[in-house]
Write a protein that binds this ligand. Structure first.
Ligand SMILES: Nc1ncnc2c1ncn2[C@@H]1O[C@H](COP(=O)(O)OP(=O)(O)OP(=O)(O)O)[C@@H](O)[C@H]1O
Length: 359
């Protein structure tokens, strides 16, 4: 029987590409800890670029096929790890300890941006990532209620604020610091100093992802907030009907102008599935975000149903992904989170997403 060498393994895997990054696993440094065992068995670890990898199944079958094609290989055993990389490493404006900031925005209010932010953060955490959630929605912070957290954050060193913790997430909200009615009337310097405090003075520790819930719309506050951090990109949330989607087109154009990559759209309140007869009703229309995403040349990252358990979870402080992890609703959020994590990995490898320029 021919002797298998580590070189054979690496050479076979240098022909297997990560389907999203379009580079081979060896150049991406994803192949680790190769062990050649007696009788032609191979064991190795694949370090994915995110524990929430949407393409793990495809990578697994490609790796197994490539290794089994080496003469003399009798079995292949894979272990999985993840090394989340920092997005857009060449730029400044980092939040200390945070590898990737994922902005969540919306063209208009009330479309479920905070619900998506929280469930995104919780789903990434469930996949094994370390995650923070920063609620910077100055005019309507809903994260305190949605996480069940209250009280004031403490400072251990007199300079930085400690985030609170809920459902395995580190959480900070402008709602912990000020009365929203007070924030409503802030202008200029007050607003700037509150934004800076939120972005610079929170002791996050080491995070793979910080999900940043922006204020809705295309005004000054979401724009300056998003420019003060180097984000991996922005996820735009919309309901499916045309009036909401028209605002998303506006939002996308704004973020394009300031060169923040738009990772894609999440369609929220996509369908109402009757809990009694299981019939689907497209209350706010359906499929609109998919058509808009296609027209703008950006991905549709997920479709979240309009559902009672999602609303109740938000009101009770336990997101549906945590309270009902096996439900269809949680599955929809997890699929969305994997798609977003995949797009963030693409950004961290600086492979450009298609950008559609308006006008
Ligand atoms: N898919 C859904 N199914 C049922 N209820 C939902 C869904 N998404 C959001 N909601 C509910 O709609 C309300 C508004 O949601 P949310 O606060 O997330 O929106 P928002 O876009 O962040 O609003 P804001 O304009 O305050 O920023 C909440 O009561 C929330 O529980």
């Amino acid at each position: 029987m021919s002797q298998i060498s580590e070189r054979d393994v690496m050479s076979a895997l240098s022909k297997v590409n990560d389907p999203e990054l379009h580079k081979d696993l060896v150049s991406l440094n994803m192949v680790q800890d190769v062990r050649l065992l007696p009788g032609g068995a191979i064991k190795l670890r694949i370090d994915l670029t995110t524990p929430a990898c949407p393409l793990k199944g495809k990578i697994q079958s490609d790796v197994e096929a490539a290794l089994r094609a080496i003469p003399g290989v009798t079995s292949v055993e894979l272990e999985w790890g993840a090394q989340v990389r920092r997005a857009r490493a060449e730029k400044g404006n980092f939040i200390p300890g945070v590898k990737n900031v994922i902005l969540v925005g919306a063209g208009k209010g009330g479309v479920g941006k905070s619900t998506v932010s929280l469930n995104l953060a919780a789903a990434l955490r469930q996949e094994g990532a370390t995650v923070g959630l920063l609620d910077a929605d100055f005019y309507g912070p809903s994260v305190p209620i949605m996480t069940g957290l209250s009280g004031k954050p403490v400072s251990k060193d007199g300079k930085t604020l400690e985030p609170m913790e809920a459902h395995g997430l580190k959480v900070m909200s402008i709602g912990f610091l000020v009365d929203p009615e007070q924030a409503m009337v802030w202008r200029g310097p007050m607003l700037h100093s509150a934004i800076t405090q939120l972005l610079r003075d929170v002791n996050w520790g080491e995070l793979d992802y910080l999900v940043l819930d922006l204020p809705p719309g295309t005004g000054d506050v979401p724009l300056s907030l998003s420019q003060l951090v180097h984000a991996a990109g922005i996820v735009l949330v919309s309901t499916p009907q045309d009036v909401a989607l028209a605002d998303v087109v506006k939002a996308k154009s704004m973020f394009d102008r300031v060169s923040i990559p738009v990772l894609g759209i999440v369609e929220n309140m996509s369908q109402f599935v009757c809990p009694h007869c299981s019939e689907s009703t497209p209350i706010f229309d359906t499929g609109g975000a998919g058509r808009a995403a296609q027209a703008m040349g950006i991905p549709l990252l997920g479709q979240i149903p309009l559902d009672l358990a999602i609303r109740v979870g938000g009101d009770k402080g336990v997101p549906v992904t945590v309270g009902h992890p096996d439900s269809k609703q949680a599955q929809a959020f997890r699929e969305m989170a994997r798609n977003i994590a995949g797009k963030v990995s693409v950004q961290s490898h600086d492979v450009k997403l298609p950008i559609f320029k308006l006008g």
